[in-house]
Design a protein around this ligand. Structure first.
Ligand code: NAP
Length: 371
């Protein structure tokens, strides 16, 4: 029986991964071993099976005994352990949610509904490092996988509306704390029907600008505001989050002719769903009905939402999509710039398809390959 080591299973991505694996009955056919960086000898997750106490995630000898290692622990852990493990001659499969190894020549970015042939070719060629992609990129590729598969996209601009969870667990808490703080400031004004919206706005604006407003993690208010900057600056004037759009898309798809992907990435006050507005330049004019059909057939999770108000506000929002694997794509229409220009909007759970689900699925694919 193969040995599979899990590191980072209690973090945000790791716990979503554990939840999905339990739901899908994935803890069978191999020997799971759970590791920790902080609680050696402690109790591991409930997986419906007896498991030994937690092992030391820095114990290279123990890690060397694993056929597959799944880590959602983060980039610092990967940078510290991965090189040492490989240097020791370990030839096992490394599956990682951190970005550290994404652009390594020897790694494949996994998103199997979109790049299964790339993964299969990699496995056959001896690739042993598989990394989950950037959440925004993965959600965009799933939404538009039909158009990519048909080779219809000449270039793509994506304007994002990214949730707090992408920044980490503390940021999610801070968003809600900010909301509570605003509600507290509005206080009785909200319940008194005689107050005007302008009076409430004045109080909210004062609160947002108060130096004691809770913003240790974001640095600025997100609730009742937005943050038009994610990650660090690049020389191109892009943020790193924006830079990943082009680089990761083309690595995931292993395009021969790189497809330009660019846009502005913005943090908004959603909890765990990233939304994106697309401007798509097609290589040719395709009738709208055909486009809908191509997008809808992209993969089993994509769902085309009719371009009307009720459908859009009901099905195409973080409130509707949160916690589900569905990738709704709506607002699909031709743009005024010409018949090859198409607008679309999508929304997806960034902890599921943006992080845990591609990791869960590549583990299954590798275990099937090894059996
Ligand atoms: P996280 O929640 O900070 O968890 C990472 C580790 O922190 C845990 O495995 C745990 O390790 C330790 N930890 C310390 N205090 C904890 C607490 N109170 N609750 C839970 N864990 C605690 O990290 P994450 O957001 O899941 O991200 C993990 C990796 O995935 C990162 O490289 C990240 O960039 C990447 N990623 C994240 C997202 C996202 O949306 N957040 C999306 C895609 C990829 P021990 O059990 O060893 O102490």
């Amino acid at each position: 029986m193969k040995n599979v080591g899990f590191i980072g299973w209690r973090g945000m991505v790791g716990s979503v991964l554990m939840g999905r694996m339990l739901e899908e009955g994935d803890f069978k056919g191999y020997e799971p071993l759970f590791f920790t960086t902080s609680n050696v000898g402690g109790k591991g997750p409930e997986i419906g099976l007896p498991i030994p106490p937690l092992k030391d995630a820095y114990d290279i000898d123990l890690l060397r005994g694993m056929d597959v290692i799944v880590t959602c622990q983060g980039g610092d852990y990967t940078s510290r352990v991965y090189p040492e493990l490989r240097k020791s001659g370990w030839k096992g499969y490394w599956i990682d949610s951190a970005s550290t190894l994404r652009l390594d020549e020897d790694s494949i970015i996994v998103l199997d509904p979109v790049n299964r042939p790339v993964i299969d070719r990699g496995l056959a060629a001896g690739t042993r490092t598989f990394v989950g992609g950037n959440c925004t990129v993965s959600l965009m590729l799933l939404a538009l996988s039909g158009l990519f598969r048909e080779g219809l996209i000449e270039w793509l601009s994506t304007m994002t509306y990214q949730s707090a969870s992408g920044a980490g667990a503390k940021h999610m808490r801070e968003l809600v704390t900010q909301m509570a703080s605003l509600a507290g400031a509005a206080g009785d004004l909200l319940t008194d029907p005689a107050t005007t919206a302008i009076q409430i706005d004045e109080v909210i604006t004062r609160e947002l600008r108060d130096p004691s407003f809770p913003s240790d993690n974001f640095g600025v208010p997100l609730a009742a505001s937005l943050i038009p900057w994610i990650d660090r600056p690049m020389e191109s004037g892009q943020t790193r989050e924006e830079w990943k759009g082009f680089v990761e898309t083309n690595k995931i798809l292993q395009t021969k002719e790189p497809i330009p992907v660019d846009g502005i990435c913005v943090r908004v006050g959603a909890m765990r769903c990233h939304s994106q507005g697309f401007t798509i330049k097609l290589k040719k004019d395709v009738p709208l009905d055909d486009l809908w059909a191509i997008v809808d057939k992209g993969n089993q999770w994509v769902k085309v939402i009719p371009n009307d108000k009720d459908s859009s506000i009901t099905h195409l929002t973080p409130a509707a999509v949160n916690g589900t694997l569905t990738i709704p794509v709506g607002r699909i229409r031709k743009m005024l710039m010409g018949p090859e220009y198409v607008a679309a909007f999508t929304c997806g759970d960034q902890l599921l398809w943006g992080a845990a689900e591609p990791i869960r699925r590549i583990l299954k694919i590798i275990l099937e390959y090894l059996s």
